[in-house]
Design a protein around this ligand. Structure first.
Ligand code: AMP
Length: 552
């Protein structure tokens, strides 16, 4: 029997139409570095979005499901592109500006981007790449920056503001198939070529509703969210879409991502919520300790992208900024789990902290299972550790294969029955809380047992002299692999590996057999393009003998 319900497609243009009318006075505030920030209402953004769509179609000839790329910071124009491109039926392709240039070129060519909208401040990155970007015909430039860098380029260059000026402020958005492509994002690919994940209108719509749920971020139009997580990193965790559904105001840092301007933004604009990866928060914390600011407006902080070290969570709690830990991937849109403790847990208790430090609970639409080394299903008992596999309406089921017959590329990341194999190893408690112990490729396999590099890092970062620490597996004749601890000391602290090792052993923090014998001091932990610890660089440096290792 068929239902009697209307079959209305879940489209990005619906989210836009809702935001610009129902929440027309909500704002996108973009930091400009000097003077007053740029303030734009959702109503204005809606009108400019229509103008941009007209310009793309009529002046640049964007048709059908062509990809339109953005090479932009988080700002109001990027939000306009977020809505204009998919609403008109084209595909928004956000380019990760921190990728090595060769990878960026590979991605643009693979996605066949014909148009790139770029921030002027990123032209020093884009201009030398252009000769290698075969499909690109148009570059639309927005915001300050030296346009002369594009002189002589064999593309047509347009000014964003000139292009949209005078265009109609409404657009007859097409009624698309909700399953068609809306946006794409390539994984930051630590090995091999990057892989394209293509989100549908439907997946983004449903994901946005989840982001807005009280047990997820649960923000309202009374909130101002500081969106530090880049718009090129999994659609800024879905925030720009989710905020247009609920009228949450957005504070966009543009290119001012250093701790000092972030602290100034918080003090002067008074956001209530912020979202970023742990490395950003580590930097902000050091800044706030060095130069205290009035930051009491900021009461909710979403941390994800890599594990939130307990010391970081506790330090932020002390500042009145309550951390909410979440897990996800480019392939999961990204919301996979979020750590809101169950209601029965006593506030501010040890038990509550333990729940908050897990990666969190699965929402209703994300199914999960754990697979052991032999392919066996493992129980949700909080102890059996296996690879996490997930399934759901906003989880990828294939990668983009490029244009042509092989449009979707199967990959061994997907099980035969269609689940995503996350490559993350962990346990799930009977009440559905995920605790990740490692990436499958980072776990240290010592004498047939597994050592969690994350546990060692967290324990090290709890030491008062340690600013940051990364632990990697290195070959060992006797045990196969052993941990190498690479440590960044806080300013003024002196090296005492024996003391650090005893600290790890104290109070049962780390089992004796797991304690590292190999230690080294580094200036900073190498980071990936999205701010995560880049352990392959450390492994390579060790293999090349570039690290000064002490054995104790
Ligand atoms: P990306 O696709 O670049 O966002 O990377 C996804 C990966 O980041 C996941 O597979 C995890 O390994 C890692 N990750 C994301 N969030 C967390 C978290 N809260 N704790 C631990 N690892 C995380």
């Amino acid at each position: 029997m068929l239902s009697t319900m209307q079959d209305v497609p879940l489209l990005i243009s619906r989210i836009l139409a809702h935001g610009q009318v129902i929440h027309g006075t909500s704002q996108v505030i973009t930091w400009t570095g000097e003077g007053e920030p740029d303030r734009r209402s959702y109503a204005e953004i809606g009108a400019r979005t229509a103008q941009l769509a007209h310009a793309l179609r009529e002046d640049l000839g964007v048709e059908g499901d062509e990809r339109v790329a953005t090479l932009m910071w988080n700002n109001a124009e990027h939000v306009e592109a977020y809505f204009a491109i998919p609403s008109m039926g084209a595909v928004l392709h956000t380019l990760n500006l921190r990728l090595p240039p060769e990878q960026l070129a590979w991605i643009v060519n693979h996605a066949a981007d014909r148009v790139i909208i770029a921030n002027g401040s990123l032209l020093p990155l884009l201009a030398p790449l252009l000769p290698h970007l075969k499909p690109v015909e148009h570059v639309v430039v927005s915001g300050p920056g030296d346009r002369s860098l594009l002189a002589g380029a064999s593309v047509q260059v347009h000014e964003y503001e000139d292009l949209i000026a005078g265009k109609p402020t409404t657009y007859d958005w097409p009624e698309l198939d909700e399953r068609s492509a809306a946006a794409m994002c390539y994984t930051s690919g630590t090995t091999g070529d990057p892989k394209g994940v293509v989100y549908s209108h439907r997946s983004i719509y449903l994901h946005s509703m989840q982001v807005n749920m009280a047990q997820s971020m649960g923000l309202t139009d009374a909130d101002l969210s500081l969106v530090v997580v880049p718009q090129f990193h999994v659609n800024a965790w879905g925030l720009p879409h989710a905020t247009f559904m609920t009228g949450v105001n957005m504070l966009m840092p543009d290119r001012f991502l250093q701790p000092a301007p972030l602290a100034e933004m918080i003090e002067t604009q008074k956001p209530t919520h912020a979202a970023a990866v742990p490395t950003i928060w580590q930097g902000l914390l050091a800044e706030l300790h060095a130069r205290p600011r009035e930051v009491s407006s900021l009461t909710q902080v979403t941390i994800g992208g890599s594990a939130c070290p307990p010391a970081l969570m506790e330090a932020f709690d002390k500042l009145g900024m309550r951390v909410c830990h979440a897990w996800g991937m480019t392939e999961t849109s990204p919301l996979g789990t979020i750590a809101r403790p169950p209601a029965h847990v006593e506030a501010d208790s040890e038990e509550e902290l333990a729940y908050r430090l897990t990666q969190g609970r699965f929402p209703a639409s994300v199914e999960a299972r754990l697979t052991g080394p032999g392919g066996e299903r493992l129980p949700w008992d909080g102890e059996s550790a296996g690879e996490l596999e997930v399934r759901g309406p906003w989880i990828a089921g294939a990668y983009y294969g490029g244009q042509g017959a092989e449009h979707l590329r199967p990959d061994d990341k997907f099980s035969e029955d269609g689940w995503l194999k996350t490559g993350d190893v962990g346990t799930i408690s009977p009440d559905g809380f995920l605790t990740l112990t490692d990436r499958a490729k980072d776990v240290i396999k010592s004498g047939g047992e597994w050592i969690s590099s994350v546990d060692l890092e967290n324990a090290l970062m709890a030491h008062p002299d340690v600013a940051e620490a990364a632990v990697v597996a290195v070959p060992d004749e006797k045990w196969g692999e052993r941990p190498l601890a690479t440590v960044v000391l806080k300013e003024g602290a002196s090296t005492d590996f024996a003391a650090l090792r005893s600290f790890l052993a104290e109070e049962g923090r780390i089992a004796k057999w797991q304690l590292p014998e190999r230690w080294t001091i580094i200036e900073s932990v190498p980071k990936t393009s999205v701010g995560k610890f880049d352990k392959k660089v450390l492994r390579r440096q060790y293999a090349d003998g570039q690290l000064d290792v002490t054995q104790i």
